[in-house]
Write a protein that binds this ligand. Structure first.
Ligand SMILES: [Fe+2]
Ligand SMILES: [Fe+2]
Length: 244
């Protein structure tokens, strides 16, 4: 695991760099999207997956290419809607949602033993493709050990990505008890109005993770921290972020 100190140093450097950049001439087109899909989603070695993930994780759906593709698309849809609501760039928001976990299966931070796990391989590839630093920071900060857990978001975009990511995970997770019975979450109780509006705007999910109650995702343990509060920050016009 990467030390927090190393991450903070890197983050500060990136924020300084991002402050000097203008974003006007960057276009996130289909060509870039395809380069990333090809690089991270093609030729996924099943043997590496079997080696990196436990039997239980494979059964939960966590090691499935289809699940991660679906997850990216869903986060992209939420991000597009958020951008529309707050008057930001729909193309950037949506595409960052689509790609934010694209390196997960090849470089899992849950199971693989990589010196630089997801999302660092993606961040490095984005640096190579000359992505604006603000976007790279948003990708880095959606990961719990970097930003999401303590809500240190450098931009509104970053807070949006993190909230949409966890919202997508939440609605696609089936939590089961010891006997295999599904524990149902009442979204109307645990989610705020903005999140409810976002999930009403998308089709009913078709891909799910099935997790036992002793192996839950972070969002299931604290919906306020990972979805409701970051989403409030995104829609709060008075909320100031380090990067505009
Ligand atoms: Fe992720
Ligand atoms: Fe994600």
């Amino acid at each position: 695991m990467i030390s927090q100190k190393k991450i903070n140093i890197k983050r500060e450097v990136l924020i300084k760099k991002a402050k000097k950049e203008t974003l006007n001439n960057f276009i996130f087109d289909e060509k870039i999207l395809n380069i990333l899909k090809k690089h991270f989603l093609e030729n996924i070695d099943q043997e590496i997956i079997i080696k990196n993930f436990t039997k239980e994780e494979i059964e939960s759906g966590l090691a499935s290419v289809d699940y991660w593709k679906f997850h990216g698309e869903l986060v992209g849809k939420f991000m597009e809607k958020v951008a529309e609501d707050i008057g930001e760039d729909k193309n950037i928001y949506s595409n960052l949602g689509i790609i934010h976990d694209i390196d997960y299966l090849k470089f899992s931070h849950h199971s693989g033993n990589y010196e630089e796990p997801h999302p660092f391989p993606l961040a490095n590839k984005l640096l190579e493709l000359k992505f604006p630093t603000k976007y790279i920071l948003a990708i880095l900060e959606h990961a719990g050990y970097i930003g999401a857990g303590n809500k240190s978001f450098s931009s509104r975009l970053s807070a949006a990505l993190s909230a949409c990511d966890d919202l997508a995970t939440l609605i696609c997770t089936k939590q089961i008890d010891d006997k295999g019975n599904i524990i149902t979450n009442d979204f109307n109780v645990i989610l705020n109005k903005k999140a409810i509006k976002l999930i009403r705007g998308v089709e009913i999910p078709t891909h799910f993770l099935t997790l036992k109650s002793n192996c839950l995702s972070r969002v299931l343990s604290d919906v306020d921290n990972y979805v409701n509060e970051p989403l409030d920050m995104v829609y709060d016009k008075n909320k100031k972020f380090e990067l505009l």
